[in-house]
Design a protein around this ligand. Structure first.
Ligand code: XMP
Length: 511
């Protein structure tokens, strides 16, 4: 295992990803959580110190305990981690006018295990992002590589201490993966044996240990995460798990039936609670996006709690929480990022219900969950489904009240769009796609008659994690023909748009 110490790096997930992709297990901990007990439990083969926004010369610069450097475990510092090590061992780090942001090149490379095979042809591109620079190399370290301006690699091979001023974890660093692999395999001696099979066996044993003969209740959305998490729990404890699907009336066409069919095919106990009338009643007159989300979130918790009480007090709550939700890169100077939307998912439940969480996926990334799901025999149509938000179609009928009529228009337009995307063989090329209903009506003419009807908007994006996104470029004529088809087949709609906005500045959903 590799332990990654987070000093507030914006790239922290990339470091973890690169290590996992090399089939070595790693976990991320914020710098202030590094204790002797953690190190003892974790027993890392190597430690990586991440980058971060602070300066080692700041009065409140983030620190780790000094004894870390006496563990005789190889350590790799990255960016702030580089400066931290240089400063700790007596080097000098200073603010510089000669800052480096973006592309640079690694030159004057010394022969060493860390850079072995990585920079054979010299002048390799690296990615820099730092304001401070090291102006004096600590004693017992040597400079093993330079950028065009500053020392970029320092090493103390005897003590197995290594540091990079640049970021090997980002794709812009040409041989970054090779450098990280040299560290984990050649220096730390890790084996590339962490697979989903080994994860699965381990997770099953952990669930059995935690739950014993207790019962688990699990909220199901029909999406990848809750399906895989529930299936894994089911594999571990069989019928001690009951899945609950709350039908909020804001689902896509045929969704409830589809969820029921796929979950039953996986052999799980499933309760479907139809609460659509209650949700729609509560949403009456609600236009403000944040208010909509709050109403839906609160109602969901209320309904779920009633169902849970009805089946006689399960002690455990199963959730499909993923690693990106768990790793919250530390904010070194306090203050979080500005909330854009209050996402609704089952995250609000534990606080309202006195239950212990069972979260078998909390150490996995989304693509790892898909691999695990495949191993568990979950069909591809569940694993590859486009994400669908907790508040459902309510946030796609935007800037207006949600009514049954508009829900019907939205459902039909969405189903045709999705079906046409599938027919064109584009479903798996798109990260997420959907139709929504903008506010207001427009005038049109159909069969010599004037129409005054609602409109629809289509959106399809490509993305890797939903944090940023670009509009998908459909082949010429595709949107044109889908718009025509929807208008022809859905009475009540007379005009269609395609949303070309990327994220940022837009978001994927309209509200
Ligand atoms: P935005 O609109 O924030 O969406 O760019 C990013 C991704 O998150 C989904 N989304 C949600 N998922 N509960 C969820 O479970 C929510 O409240 C929610 N809001 C947005 C959205 O569909 C996209 O995949």
């Amino acid at each position: 295992m590799i332990l990654i110490v987070d000093f507030g790096s914006q790239y922290i997930q990339f470091i973890a990803r690169r290590i996992r992709e090399s089939k070595v297990y790693c976990e991320v901990y914020p710098f202030h959580k590094i204790t002797e007990q953690l190190i003892e439990e974790f027993s890392p083969r190597g430690i990586i110190l991440s980058g971060g926004p602070a300066s080692v010369n700041d009065e409140n610069a983030p620190k780790i305990p000094d004894w870390i450097f006496n563990l005789r475990v190889p350590i790799l510092g990255i960016c702030y981690g580089f400066q931290y090590m240089a400063h700790f061992f007596g080097g000098i780090v200073k603010k510089s006018d000669n800052r480096e942001y973006g592309k640079a090149h690694l030159i004057n490379i010394e022969d060493c295990i860390l850079l072995n095979g990585a920079c054979d042809f010299g002048c390799n591109q690296i990615w820099m992002s730092h304001g401070d620079v090291m102006t004096l190399c600590p004693k017992d370290f040597k400079i093993a590589g330079w950028s065009n301006r500053h020392p970029a690699v320092i090493i103390n091979e005897k003590r197995k201490l290594y540091a990079l001023q640049f970021h090997p974890e980002v794709a812009h660093t040409q041989d970054g993966v090779k450098i990280l692999n040299n560290f984990i395999y050649k220096i730390c001696g890790c084996l590339s044996d962490w697979t989903m099979r080994s994860f699965q066996d381990d997770a099953i044993a952990k669930i059995q240990n935690q739950v014993g003969d207790g019962s688990v209740i699990s909220a199901i959305s029909g999406g990848v995460d809750s399906s895989v998490s529930s299936t894994l729990i089911h594999k571990a404890i069989g019928n001690q798990i009951t899945c609950v699907f709350v039908d909020n009336g804001l689902t896509r066409l045929g969704e409830v039936e589809q969820v029921e069919k796929s979950l039953r095919s996986l052999g799980m106990k499933l309760i479907i609670k139809d609460a659509s009338d209650l949700f729609l009643k509560r949403l009456k007159g609600v236009v403000d996006p944040e208010k909509k989300r709050k109403v839906i979130g609160v109602t969901f918790i209320e309904v779920f709690k009633t169902v849970a009480d009805g089946i006689g007090g399960a002690k455990f709550l199963g959730q499909g929480t993923l690693y990106p939700d768990v790793i919250e890169s530390v904010t070194v100077f306090g203050g979080g990022t500005a909330p854009i939307k209050s996402h609704h998912n089952v995250g609000g439940l534990p606080a309202h219900m006195d239950m212990e969480l069972v979260e078998p996926l909390r150490m996995l990334f989304k693509d790892e969950v898909r691999i695990l799901g495949k191993e568990l025999g979950i069909p591809d149509d569940i694993l590859g489904r486009w994400p669908f938000p907790g508040p459902g179609l309510a946030i796609r009928i935007f800037s207006q009240e949600v009514t049954p009529y508009k829900l019907e228009l939205c459902r039909k337009a969405d189903a045709i769009f999705t079906q046409e995307v599938r027919k064109a063989g584009l479903y798996n090329k798109i990260w997420q796609g959907f139709a929504g209903i903008p506010p207001g009506r427009t005038v049109g003419v159909m069969g010599d008659e004037r129409t005054y009807d609602y409109t629809f908007a289509l959106r399809a994006v490509i993305s890797t994690d939903g944090m940023t996104a670009d509009a998908f470029e459909f082949p010429q004529g595709f949107i044109n023909s889908v718009v025509t088809k929807i208008i022809n087949e859905v009475p009540g709609l007379n005009r269609g748009y395609y949303d070309y906005t990327s994220k940022p500045p837009g978001t994927i959903e309209w509200e």
